[in-house]
Every structure is written in C-alpha cells, then in structure tokens.
Design a protein around this ligand. Structure first.
Ligand code: ASP
Ligand code: MG
Length: 287
C-alpha cells in the first residue's frame, strides 16, 4: 500500500486533476490519495473570513472567486452533470453562512476560522474522489487533535487506532482531504498551514505503508534556492535528518512535521513532480 499526496497546484485545475488521475491509475496495488485544497483557495477563505470580521465586512469578492474556480473545474471535469455539483454547492453554502455569521458578530475566533479553513479540502477531496471513481474517506473523522485551533496537536494514540479501523478492509483507491481534523468534542480543527503533507505522513505511519509519495510542482529538494543560485540542482537522495534540516532552514518542499511520523517507522518519502512524472525526484530514507 502507498500514500500519494497531491498539493494545491497539482489539483489546481481540471487539466492538472487529469494528470493526477493518470499518475494514480498507473500505480500497482492499493493507493490512498491525500489532497490539498485547489491552489489558492485556503488563502482566499482566510482573507474572506478576515474581511468579514473587520471594516466593511465584505467577503463577497473572495467568495465569488472561490465559487468561480470550483465551478470551472467541475464543469470541465464532469460536464456540469452529476451529484458533485450539489455536494460542492452545499459546502460553499456552509462557507457563506459562516462568513455571514462572522460579519454579523464582527468577530473571528480561531475556532470559527477552523470551522471553515478546511472547506477547500472538503471540496477538493470530493471532486478528486468522484473523478477517480474512488471512495472518499474523511480525515476529520479519524484525525483526532487537541483544541489548539489553527495548529492543533495530534493525539496519535487515538488517531492511529481510528485510521487502522477506517482502512481495515480497504483495497483499491481512496481519497482523503488533507489538513483537517477534529477535537474530542467533534469540532473542526486544522493541523497547520501546509498540513496536508502531515496528514499523508500520519496515515502512512499508522498503516505502515511501503512508501509516502509527495507529488508537488518541483522536482524535489534542491542544493539551493534556484531563484538565487542558477546552478542549483535537485538532490536525488537525502536522509530523514538532512531533509528535516533543509526544511527547517527554509526549503519549502515539505511541511517540516511531516518527516517525524514516517521516520519513526522507516517509511521512505519520495518527492515527485506532477508536471514531470518521469523525473526521479528526491528520495528520503534512513540511508
Ligand atoms: N490547504 C492548506 C494550506 O494551504 C493545507 C495544504 O495545502 O497543505 O495551508
Ligand atoms: Mg504544500
């Protein structure tokens, strides 16, 4: 079994989601696909929420952009037909209602923000699951955290047990939203910006899968920032500690907490480029 995580750019347009489908379908064995929100959506949700709570209370510009982006993708992938339209409309309705509530009270708490921050993942996972003809499994049902809204701490004891139960008789392809979780009271929490990588690592470790693949829009870890150093090149192999060090010093390839759960199990991480799948990428392991 493998876990493949696709970031916001990889699921950012209908054309890119078709590439994701090709990559997933070319795998052998069972695959769990973890997805981010469509590129840029989380930022727009957070901006909308902040605008709703302050000043003019005008969140409609962002909300409209969020709607248009999803409409375009759905229209192009499903020809505007099928149940996906209604699922997405319902989630966007939920977003609009909460934004309206924030406007009315003129206040935005971290708890309310987490109630909507993950709507992008709740939508993208439905779109990708339907497009792949796969089951959707909801991370917020099995990733249990404390109530540190915005960057909640995972309760691994409960989470691991929940994941093992949720995937007990799983085979084939499943699609899971990244980033989202719930506390013991059943309230939505999130595990930090960029946290979909972490979701994928938590699932990988709980199920002791053979490999965690992070599919992104670059070829892997590089020797330097290519915008600054023109001769920077992709590093084919790294140890976990080297990857951790590079992440902490600013390499934005993966969300730093991602490495620990898979490191503890010795599960290799492979960084791959959705737009250049033939590139070998960067492999992170013990050696
Ligand atoms: N959508 C979330 C974010 O933008 C999580 C992720 O993409 O990893 O931070
Ligand atoms: Mg990311």
């Amino acid at each position: 079994m493998k876990v493949l995580k696709f970031g916001g750019t990889s699921v950012g347009s209908a054309e890119n989601i078709k590439k994701v489908k090709e990559i997933v379908q070319s795998q052998n064995g069972d695959v769990i696909v973890v997805v981010s929100a469509l590129g840029g959506i989380t930022d727009k949700i957070l901006t909308a929420a902040n605008n709703a709570s302050t000043g003019t209370g005008d969140f409609h510009t962002e909300l409209k952009e969020i709607k248009i982006k999803h409409d375009e993708v759905i229209h192009s992938l499903f020809n505007g037909s099928g149940s996906i339209k209604y699922i997405v409309a319902e989630l966007l309705d939920e977003l609009e209602q909460i934004l309206t509530g924030i406007t009315l009270v003129g206040e935005l708490t971290p708890k309310t923000l987490d109630r909507i921050a993950g709507i992008g993942e709740r939508i993208s996972s439905n779109i990708v699951a339907q497009f792949l003809g796969a089951d959707r499994k909801d991370a917020s049902e099995f990733i249990r955290t404390d109530s540190n809204f915005g960057k909640a701490i995972v309760n691994f004891k409960e989470t691991d047990k929940n994941i093992q139960e949720a995937f007990n008789d799983f085979s084939g392809i499943a699609v899971v939203p990244g980033f989202i979780s719930k506390n013991a009271k059943g309230e939505f929490t999130t595990i930090g910006r960029g946290g979909s990588d972490y979701t994928a690592a938590i699932i990988s470790a709980a199920l002791n899968v053979e490999i965690l693949e992070i599919w992104t829009d670059v070829n892997g870890f590089m020797t330097a920032d290519p915008r600054v150093i023109s001769k920077a090149y992709t590093i084919p192999e790294l140890t976990y500690s080297e990857a951790m060090e590079l992440s902490h010093f600013g390499a934005k390839v993966i969300y730093p907490p991602t490495i620990l759960p898979v490191f503890q199990k010795g599960i290799p991480i492979l960084i791959k480029n959705t737009f250049e799948p033939e590139n070998p990428g960067t492999r992170i392991s013990r050696t």
